[in-house]
Design a protein around this ligand. Structure first.
Ligand code: HEC
Ligand code: HEC
Length: 320
């Protein structure tokens, strides 16, 4: 019965997290809507040929990324232009997609549904399909007091489910809560992280969720200039959304095009791969060089950001 409660429920997060930026007043969390969103997230009915669901590219066991896939893979094996980002802590984010082109999570799902290489479907067709389903009629009724599926209701339910995906149970979090201690290597790595990485990958979310050019050379095949693709403003050239460093063990390969398979390659990039250009971040004008020992320590710290509780949380998995 709890599944269908329409009582408003709060988002649960630790005291050291900032206040969420999502306006829950416009879409108050309710168990019935979260469960409807969860059902939709795992349902390939959202794609044209019923083969691809949101979870095809955002797998709960992989912190809702698509580990092992550099570029996203969708309908009819279509290969997209970008790496499927991990999904968690969305309530603290204002801009979505690697280029920030979506500014409201409540409309984000229109993009993958419509994308010819992702789900290849028209949202109006999705609405029609759902309105033919007895099961969905019941679920919409339980969520909205009315059995009609509409675009807005689909979008808001999908948001609700995704907003509840909170990553706050890593070893780092336990240390913050006084329930664990860093090893010496982790503590040393934490210092290196604070001195070199935290201006962009800011605690406790491990991103300030802004945009930066971290000096990746342009990929000659994809010619992806990030924010600039849409705005054409010179200051937006090569500006990409700063990803969180939580859950990196689950979300390889890395960067907007999945170009790096390992974190060692990422550190090598910050050490000797940075390409200068007018928008390069000021913190990255000089190479970040670590000794082998320092690298080990930094990687040990980054591993404390893996949230094994989140990736195995049954509430985030497909409804059985
Ligand atoms: C074929 C793979 C694929 C499918 C299917 C897919 N996505 Fe994505 N998703 C991506 C990629 C790739 C991006 C990044 C797109 C970009 O930057 O242009 C993304 C971005 C996102 C983001 C933004 C994350 C961020 O950090 O900015 C959210 C949220 C999201 N997807 C949710 C969904 C939902 C909900 C569905 C189902 C309706 C879905 N996705 C279906 C590949 C996919
Ligand atoms: C000036 C801001 C900035 C600084 C400083 C910075 N990064 Fe990044 N980082 C970014 C941006 C932007 C991206 C995404 C770039 C892209 O994909 O185009 C990124 C991506 C990453 C990724 C890939 C994550 C993923 O999910 O794909 C890792 C890992 C990473 N950074 C680690 C670090 C570490 C470790 C440091 C410190 C040694 C550091 N970064 C310093 C801005 C920064």
């Amino acid at each position: 019965m709890a599944f269908y409660s329409l009582q408003e429920i709060p988002l649960v997060y630790p005291s050291y997290f900032p206040k969420p930026v999502y306006d829950f007043k416009t879409n108050p969390l309710k168990r019935a809507k979260i469960e409807l969103g969860r059902k939709l997230f795992y349902d390939p009915i959202l794609s044209r040929d019923h083969t691809i669901s949101c979870s095809s590219c955002h797998n709960s066991n992989q912190a809702f990324s698509h580990a092992g896939n550099g570029l996203s893979k969708g309908i009819e094996d279509g290969i997209g232009d970008r790496n499927s980002p991990a999904i968690f802590n969305l309530a603290w984010q204002k801009k979505f997609m690697w280029d920030g082109s979506v500014v409201n999570i409540d409309v984000q799902a229109l993009a993958p549904i419509n994308h010819p290489k992702e789900m290849g479907e028209d949202i109006n067709a999705v609405v029609r399909k759902l309105n033919k389903s007895k099961e969905y009629k019941t679920l919409f009724y339980r969520s909205f007091g009315d059995s009609l599926a509409t675009t807005e209701r689909i979008m808001k339910s999908l948001s609700q489910f995704q907003l509840t995906i909170v990553s706050a149970n890593s070893k780092y979090d336990k240390v913050k809560q006084g329930k664990a201690e860093f090893t010496e290597a982790e503590a040393n790595g934490y210092q290196l992280f604070k001195n070199n990485c935290s201006s962009c990958h800011t605690e406790p979310l491990f991103s300030n969720y802004g945009f930066a050019n971290n000096g990746l050379p342009i990929n000659p095949e994809l010619k992806d200039y990030g924010k600039w693709n849409k705005t054409m403003e010179p200051e937006d050239k090569l500006m990409f959304k700063i990803p969180s460093l939580r859950n990196l063990s689950y979300t390889y390969p890395y960067m907007h095009d999945g170009r790096f398979q390992t974190l060692n390659e990422v550190l090598e990039h910050y050490e000797k791969g940075i390409e200068k250009s007018p928008t390069l971040a000021k913190e990255l004008q000089y190479p970040i060089v670590f000794s082998p020992k320092e690298k080990e320590n930094l990687l040990a710290f980054l591993r404390t950001l893996n949230d094994s509780v989140m990736v195995s949380n049954r509430e985030y998995q497909k409804i059985k």
